[in-house]
Structure formats: C-alpha cells, structure tokens
Ligand binder design. Structure first.
Ligand code: SF4
Length: 490
C-alpha cells in the first residue's frame, strides 16, 4: 500500500468505545448540564446524541445524528427540554444500527408511567431475549439491544419499578452502565462485573451520573465515587439516595482498555488517573522492550502519555515527530467501512526536519488492523528516518469485544492472524514490541494478571471473556449446523 500523500489520518484504525452517558437529577438547568456533560464525553461516540428530560409532569426528548454541539448548543434546543431531571447519551453504534430510531435515551410509556434509559455497553444475550419476547407478542421499535431492557421491565410482574428493573437485569448478560429515568427519580446502575464505567457526582443538591469523571469537571460537579459493580443507586426528587446490591458479590472486571485508550487522560478510572496509568504503561514498555534510538515519537494523540513514560524511563528524548493539524476538515467517524475510508481526513504530517536521519521509536496505544501502523512507519521513512521501531502500549489485540466496543471481526485483527515477527514485516518496522499483559496490569496499579484472578476484563488481549456470550454461541452453533448440512448436501 502506498502512502501517496504526506498528510494521513491516524484515527481510523482504533477500537471505538461506542457510548457515553450523563444524567443529573434535582438540578435547575438539568438539560443544559447534561448537554455540557455529554460534550465532555464526545470522544466516546460521535455518531448521534440524545437527551430526555422530566419536569414532574411530562418527559421530553430530543435526539439527533451528529455531535452534541450540532444538536444541543442553542437556547432553543435546550428550551425543548424543561425540568429538573435529564439524562443523555452519545453514541457510536455497535449492536443495532446507525438510524435515528436507535439514538438514545430510549423512552417508553409503561403502565407505571414513563421510562427512559441510556445505556453504555452491550447485552450479549440480547438477540436470544428478543426472540423470546417477540414470540410472546412484543413489538420492537428499534434494533438496539437496549430496548430488550424496556420490554423486560414492561413485562415483569413485580409491583415496584425498582424491583421490575432488577428482575429485568437478572435476565441480561454482558455489559451495561445505565441511567434510568422514571416519574420516581433517577437510577444509575452497573452490571455485576462493572465492565463499563459509571461514576457518581454531586453538584450542590443535584446528583449526577457519568461515564467518566471528566464530565463532572466540565459541569462543575464534584466526583463522589464510582458506582460499584452490580450496584443500583436510586435518587428521588427529595434528594434521598439509596444504594442497592441485588446481584451478590462478584470479582469486578472493569474494561482495561479504558486505561489504554477509551477514557480521556484527564479522567479517573478504577481509582487511578488515566494519564498516570498511560505514562506508567509507557515506562513498563521501555523496561520490557528497550531500543537504541535518538527520539521517542508519539502517534498523536492517544500515544502521547505512553510516549512520555517511555522517554522518561529510557532517557531517549521525547519529540513531536508527527504533527496533527486541527484545521484539515472535520473528523466525523462513520460507522460503515466504506464511509470510513471515503471520509478519510488527511490531518497528520511527519515533522521532517526533526526525524530526518534519526532512529525513531514510535509509540502507539494499540494495533488493530495494522494498516494505519504501516502508513505511519512509511510516513516516517519518507521523512528520512534512518530506523523506525514500533512500540505498542497494550498487548496484541487478538480477540473481538462483545461488551459494547466496536471491534472488527476477529479475522481482520492483525494479531489474530499473525505472530509478532510477521506483524513487524507487515507494518515494515525495524522492530516491533508490545507491552506484556502482566506489565499492563502492573502499570494500571493491579497485581500481575495471574497473581490472583484477573482484576480487569482483558478479553480482547487474552480471549478470557468474563461473561457468557449466549448470542455468539447460538450463532456459532447455527453456522456449524449449516456447515454440517452443506457438507452432507455436498
Ligand atoms: Fe474492554 Fe477488551 Fe473487555 Fe471489550 S474485550 S470490555 S475492549 S477489555
């Protein structure tokens, strides 16, 4: 593949966190605060945004394709969302599709009143539950896995809303961080393993929930604590806060990729600064895979903290050998492969005078398909680098994610197809190394992966999925049956 233009986009070959959620109750300007909070979470999903509010009488919703600022920056837009409770969602579609009907929060009028839900994660038995619900007469409005939760709540026989929600969630497997709004108040909850993040904050008398602490910084809320794995926190309109743990005790398995790439570096995740964790991963990488070089160069922007750590540990100077233009068109992530390629924005350029004649250590957070890594190496060589060594601040990504992260199918993951040396040949680097899984654990402040049981979900590196994957198992057994039938027919 030829890199025919010096400016390339380095952002197209990443795993994508698909959603961010924000909610606030007992705030005078709930919708405006939610819009601001979602704006701080925009990196978690750029395809669509939605907000639902409640004023004590009615629920109001506004949802649209595009960025938060495109949909919620005017007084008119916020004026459509009155009330003292609001919750919202930014989305990059995984399960379901990219149409407006899948934009959240999803809302339904149940027998008990309005029910709105914003969901970060992915329900790994959604199709199985959906088939069952449809067989019993349910009519779905969207193709989103989240709608399954609404139908399960609607059909639960428990008398109270909180018990109906718990009853529904007992049937659900996979990853979910939810913000639920009803005429009784707001509920923030996290799946029993805490795979996807959710934090709680306070803003005067208001209580807020968000995917990341950075949203609290932006709206002026104080970070109180993480919502615990398996915890439901119910907040009513009198400000009463109640914590419920209906699912028993489990070893938490939060997504370790939040530390690697998804969360903003100015967030706190799993009680650790994401920036500090990324720097420590870079230091670990330098300890495990040193190289004689003249410059440490980050792949912007996600490789920057790890590159600072690598430079700090190795003593090799950190330099910006790749420059990102902020003015070369808008980066708008499209969910379909074709659109992604046709929409490539050429926004990164080699800092030629710096890298010419130098031995470069390139630092990136991950390698997914490998095509972008190959282009970056080529860009460095075209700019005159004498050697290009590639160091990756995560272990090889060899497995797909089924917990709400957009991953290519396994066959398209470079690390699923080849070992490290063929990968090096593929990206045409002089050397290639990844941080070890134990090194990654140590860097994020945990024990080695095998010292106890794993303390994070790390399935995209190890293939060790912490929950059942019912829909996947069903589709694999169906395709195995088909193959067998085809074989017999042949
Ligand atoms: Fe995170 Fe990977 Fe687990 Fe998905 S599979 S939740 S990206 S660690």
């Amino acid at each position: 593949m030829n890199c025919t233009h010096p400016f390339i986009d380095l952002s197209g070959d990443k795993l994508r966190e698909e959603c961010g959620v924000f909610g606030v109750i007992n705030a005078a300007d709930a919708a405006a605060a939610t819009a601001l909070g979602l704006h701080a979470l925009q990196h978690r999903g750029q395809e669509a945004a939605g907000i639902t509010s409640y004023d004590g009488q009615e629920f109001y919703s506004r949802r649209g394709l595009g960025h938060v600022a495109e949909n919620f920056s005017t007084p008119e837009a916020i004026g459509e969302l009155p009330g003292f409770m609001a919750g919202g969602h930014v989305r990059y579609s995984t399960t379901g599709g990219s149409g407006l009907r899948n934009v959240q929060p999803l809302f339904a009028d149940l027998a008990s009143g309005g029910f709105a839900v914003a969901h970060n994660g992915n329900i790994s038995n959604a199709q199985t539950l959906r088939n069952e619900l449809v067989r019993h007469g349910a009519i779905f409005q969207s193709t989103s896995d989240t709608e399954v939760i609404i139908h399960l709540v609607a059909t639960s026989r428990y008398p109270t809303m909180i018990d109906r929600l718990i009853d529904a969630l007992r049937l659900v497997e996979g990853a979910y961080s939810l913000i639920v709004m009803t005429p009784e108040g707001m509920i923030g909850c996290r799946d029993p393993l805490g795979i996807r993040p959710l934090v709680m904050g306070k803003m005067g008398d208001a209580v807020a929930f968000a995917s990341e602490t950075v949203a609290f910084d932006v709206v002026g809320a104080e970070f109180v604590r993480e919502v615990e794995p398996g915890e439901l926190i119910r907040v009513d309109f009198d400000g009463k806060i109640e914590s419920i743990h209906p699912f028993g005790k489990h070893q938490p398995r939060p997504c370790i990729f939040e530390h690697v790439y998804f969360s903003r570096p100015d967030s706190i995740f799993a009680n650790r600064s994401v920036y500090a964790a990324r720097k420590a991963i870079g230091e670990q990488l330098a300890i495990e895979s040193p190289v004689d070089a003249d410059l440490v160069v980050p792949v912007p922007d996600s490789g920057v903290p790890a590159a600072i750590g690598y430079a700090h540990q190795s003593g090799v100077p950190f330099e910006l050998g790749i420059i990102r233009s902020h003015y070369v068109g808008r980066t708008f992530i499209q969910p379909s492969d074709g659109a992604r390629h046709s929409g490539v924005k050429r926004k990164h350029n080699a800092n030629r005078s710096l890298v010419a004649g130098k031995r470069i250590v390139l630092i990136d957070d991950s390698i997914v398909r490998g095509t972008t890594s190959m282009k970056i190496v080529e860009m460095m060589r075209e700019a005159g680098a004498s050697e290009v060594h590639f160091r990756v601040a995560s272990p090889p990504t060899a497995h797909s994610c089924f917990y709400g992260v957009d991953t290519p199918e396994r066959a398209k993951l470079l690390a699923a197809r080849m070992e490290v040396e063929p990968m090096r040949e593929f990206i045409k680097a002089d050397s290639l190394a990844f941080v070890s899984i134990d090194g990654l654990y140590r860097a994020v402040g945990a024990k080695d992966r095998n010292a106890k049981c794993p303390q994070f979900c790390d399935a995209c590196f190890t293939g060790d999925y912490p929950t059942s994957l019912t829909d996947l198992a069903t589709s694999e057994s169906k395709s195995a049956q088909l193959t067998f039938a085809d074989h017999k027919a042949a």
